[in-house]
Write a protein that binds this ligand. Sequence first.
Ligand SMILES: O=C(CO)[C@H](O)[C@H](O)COP(=O)(O)O
Ligand SMILES: [Fe+2]
Length: 224
Amino acid sequence: MEYRLCPSILSADFNRLGEQIQTLEKAGVEWLHIDVMDGDFVPSISFGMPVIRSIRKESKMFFDVHLMVSAPERYIQDFVDCGADSITVHAEACEDLERAIELIRDAGVKVGVSIKPATPVNDISHLLEDVDMVLIMTVQPGFGGQKYLPECTEKIVELKELIDREELDVDIQVDGGINDETMETVMKAGANLLVAGSYVFSGDLETNVYSIQKKMDKIKSEID
Ligand SMILES: O=C(CO)[C@H](O)[C@H](O)COP(=O)(O)O
Ligand SMILES: [Fe+2]
């Protein structure tokens, strides 16, 4: 099982975004989590295609685009064109989730489906064969810096059991409130892709990345 830290640039200093992305890349980070918010599916607005297009020119990292957008089907090709390597849509945001998955697949990038804390795993369990990743939100989507919702842990366990039972190759990503304490909980529950914003970007970025990766390696050795 491949475990990865996926820093979320929502917590970056946008005045120094290029420089901070370079720091992450030099420290060995391979996935960059990119949160797009539309002010409709979630209350806040973040950024969109022009920002992604700009950072794509400077970075070879895997761009993991988390669309917190209503009817995301409208924008799949745009996000692929500006540099996404994977696109994650919310089950709650799509009128036809199967169609959204098909559009992402046909556009040639990896497919992710996300569920909010109140959405049961059961709502997406029939689609597991069609996706590369399921993102379990561990806070209400819309803002960085919130506290991990402990009731989400059992959803990670449930999803992991389903994936193992059906012998599928699907990553489990978690997003929201990941820190020193919660990273152990989510990894032991079955998550392998850990999104973290405020935990990575508060204080010295390089020091944080090395220390988080070291902690992840230690937890991984306890799981294997
Ligand atoms: O999707 C998100 C918010 O909706 C972000 O990826 C997430 O909040 C990361 O921030 P933090 O690690 O500070 O909780
Ligand atoms: Fe996110």
